[in-house]
Design a protein around this ligand. Sequence first.
Ligand code: NAD
Ligand code: GLY
Length: 364
Amino acid sequence: MSVHRLEVALGERSYPILVGPGLLDGGAELAGLAAGRQVAIVTNARVDALYGDRLRRAVGLASPAASITIALEEGEQHKDWSSLNRVFDALLAAQFDRRCLIVALGGGVVGDTAGFAAATYQRGVDFVQVPTTLLAQVDSSVGGKTAINHPRGKNMIGAFHQPRLVLADTDTLASLPPRELSAGIAEMLKHGAIADPDYLAVLEAGMAQLRAGDAAALAAAVVRSCEIKAGVVGADERESGLRAILNFGHTFGHAIEAGAGYGQWLHGEAVGTGMVMAADLSRRLGLIDAAVPERLRAAVAAAGLPVEGPGWPAERYVQLMSVDKKASQGIPKFVLLEALGRAVVRSAPADLVHQTLRACSAAH
Ligand code: NAD
Ligand code: GLY
């Protein structure tokens, strides 16, 4: 398997995404960025134990200057102020200056937190994403959204700050537990559903290999998902329009994550169920016929993801969704399907939203 090189085209903020095996050992791009700089690797203890030494060696060869490792607490419940402050405390204690480089080694929790630290430390420093989960390789490491959670809403405090480089070493996927592989497949199904029905069909046909961790199937999907995401981000970096389609399934999904308590549902699990709900709502609005939500529901289930939300009253979901970033003055908006591969953003009548929530959540 060879290394694929893609680009997020954003003028002077453009950057490469490298996808393939062996990338943790560094290479010309990482060496070029790290040379002569203070480098902070932000990670957590689990990922550090698995992959920290290899990355430290690569960084050390590139930069004899100071390098430190900052290990955050693991889990979505720690994507918060306290983890962010831990990064700032360590950078300040080691007297890191504004030329420093932050390298995020881990999943989306580490990437989003380290990225937000990079966006704000001394008004912004360079950072590199080294994603080690499937979800982070296919989605969160690309596009420059960085954030921490607020108890009232997911990703509510953050900034747009593009990385200088994304190194997706597909070998790291071999140590992922099955539940985390499924969570990543949710974002891949999302890319197929909103942008590329042929890709969706490839995912459906290859589901058994993907779930079994087949290296070639996973690497091909990481490449295709990154192509789709890079294309959308290149066209609308700050989500003034098109980029919102990447939030398919997220209005419902973020409500589930925040409402259940961060970390109870994995992000990908909540997105999986959220996509089932959004497709159901699209049908109730008459945008698509029943075959589409049925097909998506089957694909989400085949990925090993839940297809029903918690059995809360619809009012509770609606209350939680009013804090979504797409909401306008508390009225939620949804990414809906007009066809497989074509998404739109709009609000929906409350009675139809309630019907969807009742139909797609566990009986209560
Ligand atoms: P995560 O970061 O919590 O990682 C999942 C688990 O896998 C963790 O326990 C982690 O320690 C472990 N892990 C990481 N790499 C491993 C490896 N190679 N082997 C074994 N274990 C490993 O979860 P995630 O699914 O990667 O990311 C979810 C987060 O990403 C959410 O907070 C979500 O909001 C965010 N996200 C952000 C964007 C964006 O554009 N910024 C997009 C999608 C999702
Ligand atoms: N995950 C949504 C986005 O990157 O825009």
